[in-house]
Write a protein of this length. Structure first.
Length: 222
């Protein structure tokens, strides 16, 4: 069984927007996905686990969103969180004490505070780069660097970062790069097609579109 949130590739993003992760409800025939609010699920028998066990880990409604988000990004699989910063936190929690992350000189304030006030307590450091030239990026990388973390458009000035350039540096150094694509949703550009290891979204912004939800997502390679 593929991971929950696994998204298949569609020929067009328009098709993915409509169909990814969604199917008619088998009980009612409802077109819109049902909102599953249960905390626990019935298991086949003692000691035998079903696909759904506890909503903190997996929930059918949330899995539809994860599958759709992954499909919009071109496949692979995705995990959604309560906020964009929660998604970033889980990304940075894959690091170990002594590791370093290179972030843009201008970056979302929440990301900066997360690294300074939270991750710093775990021995994780960061350095900054303008991400304008290969030389500039290289100066910020050392033997401790584990991720190049970028925003496709920086927050708040919306300065564009060249994904092709970051990918070239990533390929040369072997340091994977992660792209926060909050201001550039999949209908405009897909960082995975430019070599990104993972993609982060604040779903509250362009993915949701109406400023009426809060959420975060992280998409991984296939």
């Amino acid at each position: 069984m593929p991971p929950v949130g696994m998204g298949k590739a569609y020929k067009s993003i328009e098709t993915a927007l409509i169909h990814a992760g969604e199917a008619l409800d088998r009980i009612t025939g409802a077109i819109a996905p049902p909102l599953v609010r249960t905390k626990t699920y019935r298991q086949p028998e003692f000691g035998e686990r079903s696909k759904w066990q506890y909503s903190r880990g997996q929930n059918p409604t949330r899995s539809i969103l994860e599958e759709k988000l992954a499909a919009l990004e071109g496949g692979g699989w995705a995990t959604v969180y309560s906020s964009g910063l929660a998604a970033e936190t889980m990304l940075f929690m894959t690091l170990r004490p002594g590791d370093n992350v290179v972030i843009p000189t201008e970056v979302y304030g929440g990301t900066s505070r997360l690294l300074k006030q939270v991750m710093g307590n775990f021995g994780i450091s960061f350095s900054t780069s303008e991400y304008k030239t290969e030389r500039d990026i290289m100066k910020s990388i050392d033997r401790r660097t584990r991720y190049l973390f970028i925003e496709s458009l920086t927050n708040p000035s919306l300065n564009a970062i060249d994904l092709s350039l970051v990918n070239e540096v990533s390929q040369k150094t072997g340091v994977p790069y992660v792209a926060d694509m909050t201001f550039t949703p999949p209908c405009s550009i897909r960082a995975y097609e430019y070599g990104a290891e993972a993609v982060v979204h604040s779903i509250s912004k362009y993915v949701a579109g109406h400023n009426d939800v809060i959420g975060g997502g992280r998409r991984y390679k296939k």
